[in-house]
Design a protein around this ligand. Structure first.
Ligand code: NAD
Length: 483
């Protein structure tokens, strides 16, 4: 037994150790030190959680919408009461600046619960009237036990983005947070127990993807999987779950273009582009990692952008002045650094950053990378085609709309795209032709939770958000009545 905190699983309303008795190390990225242990769970733990969720389903699914909504508001309120504690935990677990966790991650987790708590009281289904014949109406019924699997980059934010609509729609849930960032999910399970959420409604099984995640995907009593993570993992999940005819929502990788025309609002563009490139150390699936700039302003953009990026303060995520924290793990740091080497070998010139940052004091062994800007690469080289998912962007000049559309649409991915122009017709024309699920015009990461969220091509299948999520987590049944 160790002296550090062992995070438990949460199943059937109880905190329990994994059946294996084994634990995995959990690191603080800013220090490179182990600070807690998480259950190395396996299929036995998943089976136990599914049984608890099945037992809870009849009660939860038949509860009135108002009562289910009230439970979700209670969860949101409790997170809000403990916002600072949650933000500190998210920052410690993930390496992100505490100010970002406090202003984005945790508030958004609260909003996710509130939004779907309200949405469920407004949820209605369709009816199709057949003149002189009869009427059809659609029943939208909960699915049963559903599985939610989330990644490490926005840990609580993305986990709750799945849990909240799943619960709102009347399902019971088995969830598996990322093994890299399990801590705020554990705090959420504490809240479930504290408020007395009926046991088995929401269950947390911690552990590795191939063991716990895969056991969920092949479990015959988990009828739907909502997954966010890498494209390779999504492919694996589809290959095991699709033959079982499970409902699948897959939110996968991205390599998003940020397209800048010379007629844009320059000041707004440049400050947003710094954010869209390096927020959360570039570890947001929506970050614009390929920046295409119209040739007439390319030189000016390059000078101004590099100047701003070089001023981003890389530091201890605990420090409120820090804009760039640690990347999430040593393995991820090495992956990102290897892409910087690849970029150099492909002929890229590093204009800013390009290396690991070694800090002093408590962060001496932390995993930090300086925000990196690269130019001189072709649109179709590996650096510009593969997802790096770190503080690395490339800048490339373009001459025409047609050319930049070709650059933008050239990858296997299609999650989001950003366009900067004051020309309204061009903005709409481009939005129509971009291969992506989300287009931001003259902004980035402006979110309305009612809108469909997701990607095309290798960025995923299905949409989250608003009614799309409530539709995913319910089964539509048509009832036809003849006069
Ligand atoms: P990952 O695919 O390695 O892991 C995601 C989750 O899947 C983790 O909980 C992991 O344990 C689990 N998992 C791994 N193997 C599994 C398996 N065989 N079966 C079931 N579950 C398994 O991804 P990551 O490294 O945690 O996250 C980074 C990736 O997530 C990036 O590619 C990023 O673009 C993507 N992402 C996408 C979105 C989006 O909305 N499209 C949002 C955030 C992150």
């Amino acid at each position: 037994m160790n002296h550090l905190h062992n995070i438990p699983n949460y199943t059937g309303g109880k905190f329990i150790a994994p059946n294996s008795g084994q634990y995995l190390e959990n690191f603080e990225p800013a220090t490179g030190q182990i600070y807690s242990y998480i259950p190395d769970s396996d299929e036995n733990d998943v089976n136990q959680a599914v049984l608890a969720a099945q037992k809870a389903f009849p009660m939860w699914s038949s509860m009135s919408n108002e009562d289910r909504s009230a439970w979700m508001i209670k969860i949101a309120d409790k997170i809000e009461e403990r916002l600072e504690e949650f933000a500190a935990a998210e920052s410690k677990d993930n390496g992100k600046p505490i100010t970002l966790a406090a202003s984005m991650d945790i508030p958004r987790a609260i909003s996710n619960f509130k939004f779907f708590a309200h949405a469920l009281t407004q949820f209605s289904s369709e009816s199709h009237y057949m003149q002189g014949v009869g009427v059809n109406y659609t029943l939208r019924q909960p699915l049963g036990v559903v599985g939610c699997i989330s990644p490490w980059n926005l840990p609580l934010y993305l986990l709750t983005w799945k849990i909240a609509p799943a619960l709102a729609a009347g399902n019971t849930v088995v969830c598996k947070p990322s093994e890299v960032t399990p801590y705020t999910a554990y705090l959420l399970s504490e809240i479930c127990q504290e408020i007395g959420l009926p046991e088995g409604v929401l269950n947390f099984v911690h552990g590795l993807g191939p063991k716990v995640g895969e056991a969920m995907c092949v479990h015959s009593d988990i009828v739907a999987i909502s997954f966010t993570g890498g494209t390779a993992t999504g492919k694996r999940i589809a290959s095991v779950a699709a033959p079982m005819f499970k409902k699948l929502s897959l939110e996968l990788g991205g390599k998003n273009p940020n397209i800048i025309f010379s007629d844009c609002n320059y000041d707004e563009m440049i400050s947003s582009t710094v954010r869209s490139s390096f927020s959360n150390q570039g570890q947001i699936c929506l970050c614009g990692s390929r920046i295409f700039v119209e040739r007439s302003i390319y030189k000016k953009f390059k000078t101004d952008f590099v100047e701003k990026v070089s001023k981003l303060h890389v530091g201890d995520p605990k420090d409120e002045k820090t804009k760039t924290g640690a990347v999430v793990s040593e393995a991820h740091m090495n992956k990102v650094l290897s892409y910087i080497e690849l970029a150099k070998s492909e002929g890229g010139q590093i204009l800013s950053g390009g290396h690991r940052v070694l800090l002093a004091g408590r962060c001496a062994n932390g995993w930090f990378i300086s925000p990196t800007v690269i130019e001189g690469l072709s649109f179709d080289c590996r650096t510009n085609q593969e997802e790096i998912f770190g503080p690395v962007v490339t800048i490339t000049p373009f001459d025409t709309e047609e050319e930049v559309l070709m650059f933008a649409n050239s990858t296997q991915y299609g999650l989001s795209a950003t366009i900067w122009t004051e020309n309204l017709s061009r903005a709409h024309r481009m939005a129509e032709k971009l291969h992506s699920g989300i287009v931001w015009i003259n902004c980035w990461l402006v979110r309305d939770l009612r809108t469909p969220f997701g990607g095309v091509k290798a960025s995923g299948v299905g949409r989250e958000g608003g009614m799309e999520a409530l539709h995913f987590f319910t089964e539509a049944k048509n009832v036809c009545i003849k006069y």
